[in-house]
Ligand binder design. Structure first.
Ligand code: ASP
Length: 433
């Protein structure tokens, strides 16, 4: 079996896919069949299979790891503390990200002295905070799973795991069965991950053939401000937080996060990245399953630092197009709204723009302005999704550390499951660890 590091194989697939996509795009005026049979035919099919395979994993992985993790907690009462720490960190890091973005955009002034014709854009209706809170408890857990409602699935799994722990003596068989089921589900993740380079190649080839890089030029100031803040957050703020909050060397973290980051980048979906991120946080970074099973899926749903950064820059940019200066009160509104908005929206491609509509409405800015940035949002979406899931992993490591649930030697270990690609290596890593 091919033992080349998975990260490298995915990276090669990503670059090769983009190159093939660009080639097809440039050849398509004279050879239109290339586009019809490849980028809109074969590659499109493989890309859809790949995304579907990742989505297929979410409900079983989240349900089973969470039920099992909570059922095995030695003191289920500690769950409350872990939940509070996780929520606190998720909200705090999002608020920090958006403050950082507002400050950076205030310095760069991406919209100063520019004017654009605004295209028509009707924003979809985002859910209200009250609706999100009211819908936390599923009336029908089967429906929650069928609809992939992550918050409801998490709530149901936590209850089920607690009940299983309480009924322990009478449910020994079931508890053992769920443990076995978890091993099978994680094997399923490994299988899909093993095939990922093919999926990533197809996704990128399709993207390369569609990408209009020329559209970036007039909006370059906005684009590069968002990109710059995203990269600073990724490579400066997270490592600093990890060192300060968990007293850990951030280098193993950054190295091991490359695989899930590539998944997030190519799918632009935190939700689709849950199984891979969970596997990395657990097997490569050494966070115990009882913590990771809770923090990672929750983070994919409510923690979107990268998305918050885009919103911060976009608000300043759009405000400047309309000649508006914001004061402290508006900035605080943006911080609050963007943080809350991330709770109510799922981690799927493009959802950040829906959240932005909510924030703009709160500030009295026209949501039509989103029509201006929608054309170049795709690439930014990919980068910010990588930031979003890195934030989830960072908080998972910190919470793991605070609760004595981080295996430090595994965290620092060089050969982790992040580096090998064949299904079965996870097993070996566990045995080695
Ligand atoms: N695509 C992002 C995610 O899944 C959300 C967004 O910013 O649109 O995390």
């Amino acid at each position: 079996m091919n033992a080349a590091p998975l990260t490298r194989r995915i990276l090669i697939a990503l670059i090769a896919g983009l190159a093939v996509g660009f080639l097809i795009k440039s050849a398509s005026p004279s050879q239109p069949w290339l586009e019809a049979t490849l980028t809109r035919g074969l590659f499109e099919l493989i890309a859809r299979w790949f995304i579907a395979a990742l989505m297929m994993l979410i409900v079983p992985v989240v349900l089973i790891t969470l039920v099992n993790g909570i059922a095995r907690m030695s003191e289920p009462t500690r769950l409350g503390r872990i939940a509070l720490q996780t929520l606190g960190l998720y909200l705090a890091t999002t608020a920090l990200a958006i403050t950082f973005a507002l400050t950076a955009a205030g310095v760069v002034d991406p919209g100063e002295g520019r004017s654009f014709d605004l295209p028509a854009y009707t924003p979809p209706q985002p859910p209200s905070v009250k609706e999100v809170l009211a819908g936390l408890i599923p009336r029908n857990p089967v429906q929650a799973m069928a609809e992939g409602n992550m918050l409801q699935i998490i709530v149901f799994s936590v209850f089920l795991g607690l009940a299983l722990a309480l009924a322990r003596d009478r449910a020994k068989g079931l508890a053992a069965w769920i443990e076995e089921l978890e091993a099978v589900v994680l094997k399923l993740v490994e299988l899909v991950v093993f095939l990922a380079p093919i999926g990533v190649f197809a996704l990128m080839a399709r993207l390369g053939a569609e990408l209009g890089l020329a559209a970036i030029r007039p909006l370059a100031a906005y684009f590069f401000t968002v990109l710059g803040v995203l990269l600073l957050h990724l490579f400066l703020v997270y490592p600093l937080l990890l060192a300060l909050l968990a007293r850990l060397d951030p280098r193993p973290f950054l190295r091991k996060m490359r695989t899930p980051q590539l998944f997030a980048f190519s799918t632009a979906s935190s939700a689709a990245t849950i199984p891979v991120n969970l596997k990395t946080v657990e097997e490569a970074l050494g966070v115990e399953r009882r913590i990771a099973g809770f923090t990672v899926p929750l983070g994919a749903t409510i923690n979107m630092d990268g998305t918050a950064i885009m919103q911060g820059v976009a608000v300043v940019f759009i405000g400047q197009l309309y000649g508006l200066e914001f004061g402290l009160a508006q900035f605080l509104t943006v911080i609050l709204m963007a943080t809350l908005a991330s709770i109510g929206t799922a981690g799927v491609p493009g959802v950040g723009l829906i959240m932005l509509a909510m924030v703009l409405a709160q500030l009295g800015l026209p949501a039509e302005a989103i029509g201006l940035i929608i054309g170049i949002d795709r690439l930014l979406d990919m980068v910010r999704t990588a930031v979003n899931i890195t934030g989830d992993a960072m908080v998972s490591v910190v919470v793991g550390r605070w609760n004595g649930a981080l295996d430090e030697s595994r965290y620092e270990q060089h050969t982790g499951s992040e580096s090998r690609g064949s299904p079965g290596d996870g097993e070996r890593d566990r045995a080695e660890g």
